[in-house]
Design a protein around this ligand. Structure first.
Ligand code: GLN
Length: 564
């Protein structure tokens, strides 16, 4: 049978997480929180996401469709749930930790063409399911001996396209036995106001659907907006064929980082261990608890503007949002994000849009729409000494703004927006010019960067060399580097391998820094990213100095009114 050739770690346990009733129940965060419960007990844990769509990876999807594309150290473009996994279990994910239906089919078809199945009819069962099993098992065979692999199946039970994945995990459950495989199902128990009670029927149906395909869930996690009464849990247990102790309610939490603590209080950690037959030390949340407390009850507040073109889909900026939560917790400050459509700056003055903000972040992005708006916003921040942080396209836009308004290169432009620009201060990377295929062909993943001593970047990292993750095709054009530097746009980080500009800063500004990489991909709750940390620190300082100025002038500005 396909999959048999893979050498297996005998002691690895698998926990499969499926979702029912509706999407957007926070399956990724629930799975990641379960990972934390196990990590807190000193177990070695890794995670995997199975995505039922046909795209080989989400790299070619629009952020409006898919949200953020999460880039791993090894340069894979993956689902944003891998970001949750990294943040909760504090382990780097890689290419192997995300498999899509596209990859599975691609690999089976390649094998078929090579003749690996000569004589056979290639079918969903056993070939596609075998390939899925092989990929799941590959994850457990990392350099480290993982105690548990948590596997999240994307989509909602009942979807046609997730069937081969569910069949594959069913087979694994049968083959490995109940002590080695657990099935955890996340469902919704909605409150119906007209009935004045919560309803268990959608959960019953969803579990029935799973059982029809041969999967009996061991544990049910019920999303609900209120505590579930004993009799409700008993009813769910009876109709879904699970033990009463294995129905957990997952109520809405103030911050998603509270979820592991809530699940722990509910006794899920202990129950998981018992069901898996694992022994471990008492859970330790010493590093996690104070962060949750600071996120929930910060002493300060600060408002920061994010100017982008996908702002109506917040998932497009997932890791950025989380990085601000981590950095905010560090400074004991709640970061209130003000989302502004980049195009708004093309019709309204920047001062009007940014006057109530203590900082500006321009995130990454693709395409020309909104770029002039971003440039206008950066111009305002540079001239008015508003803390500014540019990410990827944000750094490219900052370079264009500086070239046009300080270096006198009035026509400065990015080659991405104008093929025949005469002043391409941003141009395609040399090896990108001939690239025709769109999938996985950007400069992706982790690259080293050398930092200039005395810079904001060096101050933040406190080291001469760092590594950061990338996802781009264009870059500051080295032909303009001298002009830019002479006029004050200092290059403070470079990739030594290709002499590429990775970080720019200006002096005589409280905090103005832009990077070609994506620092948000490496921020963790217990370890905020140094650049987000220092940017938020500068914004807090800016807001406090405005507050003091206002107090001494006796004027109550819009900003202080809203903060009070
Ligand atoms: N579109 C730009 C590039 O390809 C920026 C990419 C990004 O912001 N991730 O270089």
């Amino acid at each position: 049978m396909p999959g048999k050739s893979v050498k297996r770690r005998k002691n690895t346990k698998y926990v499969f997480v499926t979702g029912g009733v509706v999407s957007s129940l926070g399956k990724g965060i629930a799975a990641a929180s379960i990972g934390r419960l196990l990590k807190a007990r000193g177990l070695s844990v890794t995670m995997m996401k199975l995505d039922p769509y046909i795209n080989v990876d989400p790299g070619t999807m629009s952020p409006f469709q898919h949200g953020e594309v999460y880039v791993t150290e090894d340069g894979a473009e993956t689902d944003l749930d891998l970001g949750h996994y990294e943040r909760y279990i504090e382990e780097d994910m890689g290419r192997v930790n995300n498999a899509t239906a596209g990859q599975i089919y691609d690999s089976v078809i390649t094998k078929e063409r090579r003749g690996d199945y000569l004589g056979a009819t290639v079918q969903v069962i056993p070939h596609i399911t075998g390939e899925i099993i092989e990929r799941i098992e590959r994850v457990s065979m990392g350099a480290k001996p993982y105690d548990v692999v948590l596997v999240e199946v994307g989509g909602t039970v009942g979807d046609i396209e997730s069937l081969p994945f569910l069949e594959a995990i069913r087979q694994m459950g049968l083959e490995k036995g109940p002590k080695n495989c657990l099935f955890l199902h996340l469902t919704l128990v909605p409150y119906i106001p007209t009935a004045g009670e919560v309803k268990t029927k959608p959960t019953q149906h969803s579990v029935k659907e799973l059982r029809e395909i041969g999967i009996q869930p061991n544990l049910l996690l019920c999303r609900t907006d209120r505590p579930l009464e004993k009799k409700v849990k008993e009813k769910i247990a009876l109709f879904c064929n699970v033990s009463r102790n294995d129905v957990f309610d997952v109520q809405d939490v103030e911050t998603v980082y509270e979820l592991p603590l809530m699940l722990e209080r509910e006794g899920l950690g202990k129950r998981l261990l018992a069901l898996l037959g694992l022994k471990a030390k008492e859970p330790d949340y010493e590093d996690w608890k104070p962060i949750v407390k600071r996120i929930k009850q910060p002493k300060k507040e600060v408002r920061i503007a994010i100017v982008g073109k996908y702002v109506e889909v917040r998932d497009s900026y997932k890791s950025i949002i989380e990085s601000f939560i981590h950095a905010g917790a560090f400074h004991d400050a709640r970061v209130n994000l003000k989302w502004i459509e980049a195009e708004d700056f093309e019709s309204r003055p920047a001062a009007e849009l940014l006057c109530d903000c203590s900082g500006l972040l321009i995130p990454g992005g693709f395409g020309e729409r909104g770029c002039e708006g971003k440039i206008a916003a950066i111009h305002y921040a540079r001239v008015n000494k508003l803390p500014f942080f540019g990410i990827c396209l944000g750094m490219q836009a900052a370079t264009i703004e500086f070239a046009r308004n300080v270096c006198g290169l009035k026509k400065a432009q990015s080659r991405e927006f104008s093929d025949n620009t005469r002043q391409p201060v941003i141009d395609y990377l040399a090896d990108q010019r001939t690239v025709k295929m769109k999938g996985a062909t950007m400069r992706l993943g982790s690259y080293p960067c050398f930092l200039k001593r005395g810079s904001l970047a060096h101050k933040a990292f406190q080291t001469d060399a760092i590594t950061e993750r990338h996802r781009h095709r264009l870059e500051v054009n080295n032909a303009y580097r001298e002009t830019l530097e002479q006029n004050g746009l200092k290059v403070t980080g470079v990739w030594p391998g290709g002499d590429l500009v990775e970080i720019v800063e200006i002096e005589d500004h409280p905090w103005y820094l832009a990077v070609q990489f994506h620092p948000e991909l490496k921020s963790r709750p217990t370890k905020p990213h140094p650049l987000y940390r220092d940017f938020v620190g500068a914004c807090v300082e800016h807001s406090e100095s405005v507050r003091k100025k206002v107090a001494s002038n006796g004027i109550l500005s819009k900003q202080t009114q809203e903060l009070d």
